[in-house]
Design a protein around this ligand. Structure first.
Ligand code: 4NP
Length: 158
């Protein structure tokens, strides 16, 4: 099973989601069965580590994001990943616009897995530290829901 988190820059929200989901997979004993990555719709930050504010907020909750490096969405991602999960509606629209007609990947909003079907993870880039805490809270809830969804699919396919 392969999961890709998608935001605009791949330096704030999607790396936070990647780090959180890796931890929850590990806690669920599923780390060896799921591949996880993140990417950005935009090219600007490719090769960069996550934003220092995102790293600091995550570190305060025990998550080390320092080894992650940003990359841009690639057309091949639609064939490689089972889930492509957007942080907001713009990211989702960009994914839908590039999605090949024959793709059967689950493309949707990440927060649907937190029981928040039409909600976005707000972009914290131009705001204050509160925004990064809100990202962590939302991502934590959705990540737990996603672990359960992935577990169900693994059991169905087993
Ligand atoms: P992210 O945040 O999409 O959560 O990584 C942003 C990072 C950079 C920019 C926008 C959003 N930017 O415009 O450079």
């Amino acid at each position: 099973m392969r999961v890709l988190f998608v935001c605009l820059g791949n330096i704030c929200r999607s790396p936070t989601a990647e780090g959180m989901f890796r931890r929850h997979l590990d806690e669920a004993g599923l780390a060896g069965r799921v591949e996880v990555d993140s990417c950005g719709i935009g090219p600007w930050h490719a090769g960069k580590a996550p934003d220092a504010r995102a790293q600091a907020a995550a570190a305060a909750r025990g998550l080390d994001l320092s080894g992650l490096r940003a990359r841009q969405l690639d057309d091949d991602d639609f064939g490689r990943f089972d889930y492509l999960l957007a942080m907001d509606h713009d990211n989702l629209a960009a994914l839908e616009a590039r999605r090949p007609a024959d793709s059967d990947a689950h493309v949707g909003l990440f927060l649907s897995f937190a029981g928040l079907p039409d909600r976005a993870v707000p972009d914290p880039y131009y705001g204050g530290d509160d925004g990064f805490e809100e990202v962590l809270d939302l991502v934590e809830a959705a990540s737990r829901g996603l672990v359960e969804d992935v577990r169900r699919r693994l059991e169905e396919g087993a």
